[in-house]
Design a binder for this molecule. Structure first.
Ligand code: PLP
Length: 491
């Protein structure tokens, strides 16, 4: 493709994208394709001869697009949102154009410096403590995902714990090494049983144990200080070493919020235990001052992570990880062979984000964040959050207005409604009818929602954070859910 061919193709792609968004509400949210559909449509070998863009785009339109799930559709009510926006798409375009695995500052100074600036802007806008800003000992770094963020912090936490809590008790290198080797198998990471599975996966990757602490409906499924104290004590009685904890601001299934202040108090005697806040979805709400009270207790925590790529108008990937002391990341993750050395890095005046993450190379992700921040401004982003929260609340109220058909399962939060269908026949349980309704809705593909089990209860989760969502679309979604539920209650 030569530059002029690119120009024509790119203009046409922009038209295609605009038309896509103009028709997004009319598109069936979930694809009809069957597993393996694409193998039947594409050749078994890669093309040997160059092909024209027209031919490629035709196949893209006829083979690829029909296999897409339309996450930006107002009928996408599953999981958590995966927003994008036009300025974010433009950021990706330029990022791809200037493609560079910018691991060190010198690899593209603007890539590093813009990242530091936008992450500081975001931290201030969310009301994070100043210790998480880059002009202190802390700072932010963009990770690919919240899962990557928790693995990264867990590796730093393991390193810190083994050095500061274990090795520091000994004087000779030999003793230190023996103590570290003995401690490794006893390290345990904790989280509540509502916490996203990424913490358990991180423990798996880091080669440490994982303990899920049970939560209860009377605490709204929050991890409490008392439960944490008990869990730590029980682990220590077995000789285990609690070195890491994830607390959540908005868990995946139900948006539970752990008790940060209680957790902070309960872990005061564990100065070497790393405390991480996973605010992957709900953290976006913190850009509005009225939600910043949820940060109470954050001063006890070592790290905080929020995905702009969920609810905050920036497309995947943009997981914003903040640490109180960046030294712990760089201590654990910095290895500098001669070919990565350079005068700028040696000067100590620059950040090399490769030392704050697991991979070496990194994308220019801050550009799309900067474009979004400037295009919307804090006010526009707040408006988006408040508007989608309002739409979520609108849905909650519709559910609550039909107590004969629906019951709310957990407190509605951050636009998420978790509910069950009330059975109408004595021989059917709420779990059974709820499952039937969820299955039928997802099979019919008018809407896409998530069925999840909360404490043994089969529930339906509905959430939207799409910039394309409206009260009207949500009312229509509700009417459809109501019709299906009423029919299934009789069947
Ligand atoms: N934490 C929470 C609360 C989540 O809801 C999710 C995903 O939905 C994650 C972590 C994992 O996010 P990611 O896909 O960025 O790894």
């Amino acid at each position: 493709m030569d530059p002029e061919e690119y120009r024509r193709a790119a203009y046409a792609s922009v038209d295609y994208i605009v038309d896509y968004y103009k028709t997004i509400t009319e598109r069936q949210v979930v694809s009809d394709v069957e597993p393996g559909y694409l193998r039947q449509l594409l050749p078994t070998e890669m093309p040997q001869e160059p092909e024209s863009w027209d031919d490629i785009h035709k196949d893209f339109d006829s083979h690829i697009v029909p296999g897409l799930t339309h996450w930006q559709s107002p009928n996408f009510l599953a999981f958590f949102p995966g927003n994008t926006s036009f300025p974010s798409i433009l950021g990706e375009l330029y990022s791809a154009a200037f493609s560079a695995p910018a691991f060190n500052w010198i690899c593209s100074p603007a890539v590093t410096e813009l990242e530091t600036i936008v992450l500081d802007w975001l931290a201030k806008q969310m009301g994070l403590p100043s210790e998480f800003l880059s002009d202190t000992e802390g700072g932010g770094v963009i990770q690919g995902s919240a899962s990557e963020a928790v693995v990264t912090t867990m590796v730093a936490a393991r390193d810190r714990y083994l050095r500061d809590a274990i090795a520091s008790k000994y004087s000779t290198e030999e003793e230190k090494e023996a103590a570290i080797a003995a401690a490794r198998g006893k390290l345990v990471a904790f989280a509540s049983d509502q916490t996203h599975s990424s913490t358990q996966k991180a423990a798996l990757i880091a080669g440490v144990k994982f303990i899920a602490i049970k939560t209860y409906p009377e605490d709204n499924y929050a991890l409490t200080g008392a439960a944490l104290t008990k869990a730590f004590k029980e682990a220590e009685d077995k000789g285990l070493l609690p070195f890491f904890l994830t607390a959540s601001l908005g868990t995946t299934a139900i948006c539970a919020i752990d008790k940060f202040v209680e957790i902070g108090e309960a872990t005061k005697d564990y100065p070497h235990t790393w405390k991480h806040i996973d605010a992957a979805y709900s953290g976006a709400a913190l850009i509005c001052p009225e939600f910043q009270h949820y940060l109470a207790g954050v001063e006890y925590f070592d790290s905080f992570d929020m995905n702009m790529h969920k609810w905050l108008l920036v497309n995947f990937d943009a997981s914003c990880l903040y640490v109180r002391k960046r030294k712990y990341l760089t201590d654990a993750l910095s290895i500098t062979p001669s070919y990565l050395r350079n005068a700028a890095s040696d000067s100590g005046l620059v950040i090399d984000y490769r030392d704050w993450q697991i991979p070496l190379g990194r994308r220019f992700r801050s550009l799309k964040i900067w474009f979004v921040m400037r295009t919307y401004g804090a006010k526009g982003m707040q408006e988006h959050v408040r508007k989608t929260l309002g739409i979520g609340m609108h849905f909650t109220k519709l559910i609550q207005a039909h107590p004969d058909v629906f019951s709310i399962a957990t407190p509605p939060r951050f636009g998420l409604t978790v509910f069950q269908v009330v059975p109408s026949r004595p021989e059917e349980t709420a779990n059974e009818v709820t499952k039937k309704v969820a299955n039928r809705i997802n099979n019919e593909k008018v809407l896409f929602l998530t069925a999840s089990t909360v404490d043994g209860k089969e529930c339906i989760r509905v959430v939207t954070g799409s910039p394309w969502a409206t009260d009207k679309a949500m009312s229509e979604a509700f009417e459809y859910i109501l019709t299906v539920s009423e029919e299934e209650r009789q069947n």
